[in-house]
Ligand binder design. Structure first.
Ligand code: ADP
Ligand code: MG
Length: 356
């Protein structure tokens, strides 16, 4: 469906400097594939999507779409864009049109669909994304997650061959990420071809037929989710997919702001989809700080989570300590609540690590 050959993009900045963002991108995308594009920020993922639908005209290379070279001079880009939908981070809905009008507008205007057919199809799509009850409201009254679901329905209304998603959940409050991802999951099952730039690693692993790891302006590694996440060839891929999310606190005295820590643990757990562990993390933190390690200040507390493996850990580090502060009874109490308890000397002190 899409073939990309030696695609490059260089930006010319006003100060005369240049920045080559896409260096030599090559790939073939078949009908029905669901491809997640992952990689560090600033590596050209958005630029690639925008180049594919010519919102950002490439500097050199070729893009073939359904057998036609869309970079050919004079190629009708509007025709191509009707078949290639795009969903943005920031929704881009028409604020002065109702939800229903947002969806029926392009099919009536561009596909010359009758109002009745366009409305029937729009209602069907709204039902599909769980938004039928909001058909007559204006976007300003919707949450971010609801807006994004409408934006997806609007894109589907054009009967596209492929939809490009540019971080569809990254502008959303963490509590709304799930509803948007589940709509995309459902589309993946239906066989729609999709290219999805995302930071949601587990989602990418579950939903995709193939993963592109972008790094430094090229598709650095390309493979099935299993290849990329379990057996990456390159060390940069491995480091990226196994990266660890962290929350860190230096606790110097007992006057620290415990409410703030609580709030941040709550946010962290929502963000990484581990709300089931929140209560345990919080109660273990209290037990360690106020009982077993009460006299040990300063100490550094870290909450870490490896998205891909699902491993969550609380770790307590005290400098200058050379043996475990845990008494037998304390050790027993903690061990009963965790998957693993690790007590280990470090170069500068002693660490207790609880895997939950
Ligand atoms: P990603 O989506 O992977 O985070 P982007 O494709 O947005 O990366 O950006 C890649 C690089 O290109 C960044 O350094 C960004 O600043 C630069 N860039 C993106 N768009 C433009 C532009 N219109 N003009 C100049 N530089 C740009
Ligand atoms: Mg981007």
């Amino acid at each position: 469906m899409i073939s990309i050959r030696h695609l490059s993009k260089t930006f010319h900045n006003p100060d005369g400097s240049t920045l080559t963002v896409l260096k030599d991108v090559n790939c073939d995308i078949e009908k029905g594939e669901v491809i997640s594009i992952i990689g560090p920020s600033g590596t050209g993922k958005s630029t690639l999507l925008r180049a594919i639908n010519m919102l950002e005209p490439p500097t050199a290379g070729e893009i073939w779409f359904n057998g036609e070279n869309i970079m050919a001079h004079g190629y009708p880009l509007n025709k191509m864009r009707q078949k290639m939908g795009m969903v943005f981070q920031s929704f881009n809905l028409f604020e002065h049109k109702t939800v229903l009008e947002n969806i029926t507008y392009a099919p009536m205007e561009l596909l010359k669909m009758s109002e009745r057919v366009a409305k029937d199809e729009a209602m069907e799509l709204l039902r599909k994304v769980g938004m039928a009850q909001k058909a007559d409201v204006y976007p300003s009254s919707l949450s971010g997650g609801q807006k994004q679901r409408v934006a997806i329905a609007r894109s589907l209304a054009m009967h596209p061959d492929v939809i490009l998603f540019d971080e569809p959940t990254s502008a959303l409050d963490p509590t709304m990420v799930g509803e948007v991802l589940s709509v995309i999951r459902q589309l993946a099952k239906s066989g729609l071809t999709m290219l999805i730039v995302t930071h949601e690693m587990r989602f990418a692993r579950d939903v995709s037929t193939r993963i592109f790891f972008m790094n430094d302006g090229i598709i650095y590694e390309d493979g099935t989710p299993e290849q990329i996440f379990e057996h990456p060839v390159h060390s940069a891929t491995k480091a990226f997919v196994n990266r660890i999310q962290k929350l860190k606190y230096d606790i110097d005295s007992d006057n620290f702001d415990f409410l703030q820590i609580h709030t941040e643990i709550n946010r962290f757990c929502i963000k990484y989809n581990i709300t089931g562990k929140e209560e345990l993390a919080y109660s273990l933190l209290k037990e360690m700080l106020f009982t077993h390690m009460r006299s040990l200040r300063p100490l550094t507390f870290r909450l870490t989570h490896t998205e891909l493996s699902g491993v969550t850990a609380l770790d307590f580090m005290v400098e200058g300590l050379n043996e475990s502060p845990l008494k037998d009874a304390a050790r027993e109490s903690v061990r009963r609540q965790v998957k693993e308890l690790i007590e280990e000397p470090t170069t500068r002190g002693f660490r207790i690590k609880l895997i939950i």
